[in-house]
Each structure stands twice: as C-alpha cells, then as structure tokens.
Design a protein around this ligand. Structure first.
Ligand code: AMP
Ligand code: GLY
Length: 415
C-alpha cells in the first residue's frame, strides 16, 4: 500500500523508517517531510488539507498517518474522511483533549479521572483567590496550544499571580493564554503512556519516559524533549493496569459520550504520586522523541495496525522484548533561538542503532542541521544499559557545529 505521513520531525521519520521495512508498503509520502525523509520517501509540499486529500486520492494512498498536533487540532482528519480516505488520528473534536487544557481538565473531572486539583478561568481575581488556597509551588497553564511552552511552575504565590496576569493580558502566549488553568503541583515521577485507539478499543504500547529539560540532571529550561527510553521499569504491571482501567477506559467511554470517539494515539502524560497515576495532560498523537524509541519495539506490521485502527477494527499488537534509548541532538541555541545551518557529518552507524533525522534540510547531497531538535540517536538492546551505550556510541559518530545533547538519558531506569 501507499502511505502518507503528515509531519516533518523525528517522530515522522521514525514512523517512515518502520514502514519502509514492511513488505506491503509500496511507497511513502511525507507532507511536508524534512531534508532526510526524501531519501526514502517523496516529500509533498502542500499545506491545504483539501489539496492534500485530493493528492492522496490521485495517488491511491490507502492510509494517512498524522504525526503532529497542529493539523489534528485544525481538523485534517475530518477533511480526509470527508474525501472518503482512511486516516489515522483523532477528529477535530476529539483532538480538543490536547488542544484545550480547560476542556481536558473539565473532561477529567466529569469522568472521575484523577488529576491535579485545578481551576479553569479567564478571570484574574478568581484565579488569584484560588492561588491563595494552594500551597507553593503551583502550576499555571495557558489553555491553548503553545508548543509545550505554556506551563509555568511557580515557586511562590506572587510568581503564580504574575504568570496569570501575563497570560490573561495576552502578553505571554497571545490568544492561547486568554484562559488559564491553575493547579496544584504534583510531586512524583512522570511517564508517557501510549495507547493506539480505534474509537472503542485500545492497545497499550511500551511505557516511555521523556526528558523535558535541556540539561543533565533535569536542569535548565523545558524543551520539546531531549531524549526518551522505553519500556520504563518504573511502569510496573500494576501501575499499567491502573492507567488502563482508571484513565484509558473511562477516557474512551467519555469521548464516546461526547460524540467524539477517540481514534488515534492517546498519549497520557502521567504523574505517579504514591503509586497512583494522575493525568497531567493528554496528547492526541505520538510523543516526540518517545515515538522514536517505541517504533523499534513494535514487532507487528505498523501499516496494518494503524489501518485497522483507522477503520475501527483494531487488532492485538505484538511487541519485541527489547529496550530502546533515544538521545536528541539539538542545535547550538536550542531552545532559546534558531541557530545557523550546519553541515552534519556521520562517521558510521553501528549495529543496533539508528540515526533519525528531524530539523534538517538537504543541499547538494549533504544534510544540514536546520532546526532546534536536529536528530535522534537510538540504540536498541536486550537491556536499557546496553541500549543507552549504543545510543551514545552513535552520538559520538555524528557531528555538526554547536551540537548539544544530554549525557544522562534513561537515568531513572538505571539508578
Ligand atoms: P503539561 O504540558 O501539562 O504536561 O506540562 C508540562 C510539564 O510541566 C509536565 O511534563 C510536568 O513536568 C510539569 N507539570 C505540569 N503540570 C504539573 C503539575 N500539576 N505538577 C507538577 N508538574 C507539572
Ligand atoms: N515529548 C513530549 C511530546 O511530544 O509532547
């Protein structure tokens, strides 16, 4: 079959690489793709969803997989379906689980799913009053999509009030911050839980951990994610059962009740406090860089798994008893500002590793670092320590001016 992957990052590259090795996959298209996806697929430069759907029809594309949240929230799935196409991802209505933190928190409350105590408001005084009822630190979130930057962990009540004022005035995040969620701070460890859903049923994938901070020891500013590994030993079988029963099942039921059945990847950002999972956030897609370490652990045929899910006929998924660690190579000034383009040189790709490209462009047969998160070095092995060693072995073989990466990815699995 022919498959279209929407997106341009390491996540979409990882999906493409997995598909490329499947016998039934004839051709992969990426919209828009990046400077390296064109090495094994065809990049398509069309941003209008109707135009892209017409293109998919004209090429007999049998399945479209949507990677990022922005096109999902903008309704790409609804448009592709209206053209009679198979598409894996949630509808615009279902994507509100990620697109609006206020909607998500109200949904959790309505469906008795555990989450941090919160207030959702556009009124400054109301927010201030609620802030005074909480202990510091506390958390202030902009309602809308802010590319992972709309969350402020305030150390004091004054800092929280300042964050609320800046958001509601539109100063920090424009319209995305005109409504805020204020919530209690949860002190625990975080997991990224992924379930492939077909609207009614789900299959859980290996549980991952992301590393959101820029620097080792979880220091520095938040980023889109500096590395990930899976499966996490912190996700015990009991915890996984709790997440499935107390979060995923009621979420799928709740979305059916909202007339927005959830088809796609439900990504639950979980905070575990005293062995109890609290929902920090939902995302309606694979995580990036989590996807890069989950893809090598799927034994089954991804194109069939996702096509079945898109048709509402999800089947069980076979997983490999392996571990994967992925280290993000970021550009010099990430996440503060964009960096100058830099040529990437690669010495050698050792066995059981993969170099997945993200923010790159191509010129004259060379690949250039041309974005914040440039590439992900993934190592696969029977255990996490060996997978980590392999990933770092690959990192040493890659170079570009200003390249930076964390040296402690997967630390929580190895203490
Ligand atoms: P979110 O986009 O809501 O997942 O928030 C981004 C990051 O902020 C999370 O991954 C957590 O590290 C942190 N965070 C968000 N909400 C809370 C909370 N209630 N308590 C503690 N940390 C939080
Ligand atoms: N790595 C977290 C995310 O994709 O949102």
């Amino acid at each position: 079959m022919k498959i279209l992957v929407v997106g341009s990052g390491g996540r979409e590259y990882a999906i493409g690489l997995k598909l490329q090795n499947e016998k039934n996959v004839e051709k992969i298209y990426f919209a828009p793709g990046n400077g390296a996806t064109s090495n094994f697929g065809q990049n398509v430069d069309m941003s209008d969803f109707n135009e892209l759907a017409e293109f998919a029809k004209s090429q007999n594309i049998e399945l479209t997989i949507v990677g990022p949240e922005a096109p999902l929230s903008a309704g790409i799935v609804d448009i592709f379906k209206s053209h009679g196409l198979n598409v894996f991802g949630p509808s615009k209505n279902a994507a509100r689980l990620e697109g609006s933190k206020a909607y998500m928190k109200e949904f959790l409350a309505k469906n008795n799913i555990l989450t941090a105590k919160f207030l959702n408001t556009d009124d400054k005084n109301e927010a201030f009053k609620f802030i005074d009822t909480l202990k510091a630190p506390l958390v202030v979130k902009a309602d809308g999509l802010c590319a992972g930057k709309g969350v402020i962990i305030a150390q004091t009540h004054d800092e929280a009030k300042q964050a609320v004022s800046d958001m509601l005035s539109g100063e920090s995040f424009g319209d995305a911050g005109k409504r805020v969620v204020v919530e209690e701070f949860l002190d625990g460890f975080e997991l990224s839980f992924f379930a492939i859903c077909d609207g009614e049923n789900f299959v859980s994938l290996p549980v991952a951990q992301d590393h959101k901070r820029l620097l080792d020891n979880d220091k520095g500013p938040n980023t889109g994610g500096m590395g990930a590994y899976a499966p996490s030993p912190l996700a015990t079988p009991e915890l996984i059962k709790k997440i499935e029963n107390d979060v995923v099942k009621p979420t799928l039921k709740g979305m059916q009740n909202e007339n927005a059945p959830f088809c796609g990847v439900l990504f639950v950002g979980v905070m575990v406090v005293d062995k109890t999972p609290y929902v920090l956030e939902f995302n309606v897609r694979f995580g990036d860089p989590e996807c890069e370490v989950i893809m090598p652990l799927i034994d089954g045929n991804l194109s069939e798994i996702l096509l079945n899910a898109a048709k509402g006929e999800l089947k069980p998924v076979k997983l490999k008893p392996k571990c994967a660690v992925g280290v993000v190579l970021a550009s010099k000034d990430y996440p503060y500002k964009s960096s100058a383009k830099a040529k990437i040189s690669v010495k050698q790709i050792p066995q059981d590793t993969a170099l997945l490209y993200a923010g790159v462009s191509a010129k004259d047969g060379e690949i250039y670092a041309d974005g914040g998160r440039v590439a992900v070095c993934v190592g696969v092995a029977d255990d996490i320590k060996t997978a980590q060693n392999r990933a770092y072995e690959l990192c040493k073989n890659v170079n570009f001016d200003g390249m930076q990466y964390r040296k402690d990815i997967a630390w929580q699995a190895l203490v």
